[in-house]
Structures are given as C-alpha cells and as structure tokens.
Design a protein. Structure first.
Length: 265
C-alpha cells in the first residue's frame, strides 16, 4: 500500500486506488464511530456576498484556485511542523546536477515569516499538528500549534494557534480556533488554553508589533475581541444546522481501479 496524497492510497497488489473522505475522523478504539471535522461543520457558515460574487466571476476557475491554495497551505503547514520539531528546511536541493525547488517562492516566503515569528517570540512548543477527538462534542480536528509564550507582564500563557496563508481572514476562522481550543481543553487540563489566535502569514502589516502585538512585516497573530468560549457558542448553533442536514455521520470513501487493458484479440 503506497500513500499517494494525504487521503489517497494505491494498493499495487490488487491495482486499486482508495480515496478516503478526509471530512471525518474516527476513534481508533471504535473505528465504526465517525465524527465530522471542525472544518466540515464550518462549510455550513454563510459565505457572504463578496465570496459568493468571487465564485460567480471565476466560474470553474474558482475551484482550481482553491485547490492550489489548499496545496500551498498544506506545504506551509508541513514545513512549519518540521521546523518546530527540529528538522532542517531547504528551499531546494540539487538532483543529478539540477536545482529542484522543494517549495514555490510564495510558499517559501511565508515559511520565512513563520520562522521569523518563532525566532522573534521564542515560544515553547507543547504540541504541533496533533489530531484530537471530542466524544462529548462529537468532533474531530487537527490542531496546528499549542505553545506557551510570556505576555507583556512576563506571565507565561498557553496559546492555541492556527496558521493561515490565504489573502484574508474570515469570521469562520474564529469559530474554528474556538472549537479546537474547546476540544483541547477537554483532554489537556494541565495546559488549559489562555489565549487563541490565528497566525496570518499573508497579512498587510508592515512593521514589528508595538504594545505587546505579535506581528512583523507581512505577518501577525490575530486575536479576537470575545473569548473563544463565547465564539464556541456560535459554533454550536452552526453545528445544529449541519446536524439537521446530516442526521448520520458517514464518510463517503470510494475506490478507483489502478489499471486498464483492452482485450483486442
């Protein structure tokens, strides 16, 4: 069995490609119980007039752009996870005498911003890219970062940070990090979340932060005015809407044949 991408596999013995539905998580102790991911629930959030018009104006090209953005986000997340766990990162390598880039220029630029944040504020890593399940809320998700950093008074606080590389932040991002924080607290009372934020690696900031702001040129940590517990109350209303349309939690996995041959004899 060979992994093709994050959610697809190729079995060379039976020549079959299995594509797994990455919108759901399952409990390893009871693999027949599935929980929807936080991001799947957030698909029910209203897209807003501007985003709807953007989709209309681009037509099928919108799907292509979104797919490219998803690949870019995955590459940046993977690089950040490697970096915080002590693995080296290189923009490219030499293969058979030719330079081969490991990342696009835009990806590497945002990776550099992540490294700048980490170097400047020196957070202590608690966990990265951790998959978490909540039996109580029937949710699954993957948390980017749990870290500890001192505040302006020198008091160390536990942060949950979700990394974004898109052009803009949306209201649903606040609900996403709020859900992750709630799920984390359910299992990790010793590292109860004090603060929650989005590390935006494609922001319009031009200078380093002042008065305790965590930011630099082109990146910032966005905190929201309300506490994440209040934002999670909104998420639960959205969950009720999603549950109404999805009474059963069942992933839609499917398989494709891995080879063909026409018998012309």
């Amino acid at each position: 069995m060979h992994k093709i991408s994050r959610n697809s596999f190729y079995d060379e013995n039976i020549k079959r490609i299995d594509v797994l539905d990455n919108r759901f998580y399952f409990d390893k102790e009871n693999p027949k119980i599935f929980y929807p991911s936080v991001t799947t629930i957030l698909e029910a959030y209203p897209k807003g007039w501007a985003l709807t018009q953007w989709h209309k104006s681009l037509g099928f090209n919108a799907d292509i752009i979104l797919q490219r953005a998803a690949i870019q986000g995955t590459n940046i997340h993977d690089a950040a996870n490697k970096y915080v766990n002590g693995h080296p990162l290189e923009f490219g390598t030499m293969v058979d005498g030719k330079f081969v880039a490991n990342y696009t220029f835009d990806e590497w630029e945002m990776i550099c911003k992540f490294v700048e944040f980490w170097t400047e504020f020196k957070p202590t890593l608690i966990a990265s890219e951790v998959t978490i399940l909540s039996e109580h809320h029937k949710l699954g998700g993957t948390i980017d970062l749990i870290v500890q950093m001192p505040n302006s008074k020198g008091v160390w606080e536990t942060w949950i940070i979700d990394t974004k590389s898109g052009n803009a932040l949306y209201p649903s991002h606040e609900l996403q990090v709020a859900a992750y924080a709630t799920m984390w607290n359910e299992h990790n009372p010793d590292y109860f979340i004090s603060r929650a934020g989005i590390l935006h690696l494609n922001s319009l900031t031009r200078t380093k932060g002042k008065n305790g702001a965590i930011q630099g040129p082109g990146w910032q940590i966005k905190e929201y005015d309300r506490h994440y517990a209040d934002a999670f109350k909104v998420f639960k209303h959205l969950r009720a809407v999603w549950d109404n349309e999805n009474p059963t939690y069942e992933p839609k996995n499917y398989s494709l044949p891995g080879s063909f041959q026409l018998n012309v004899a």
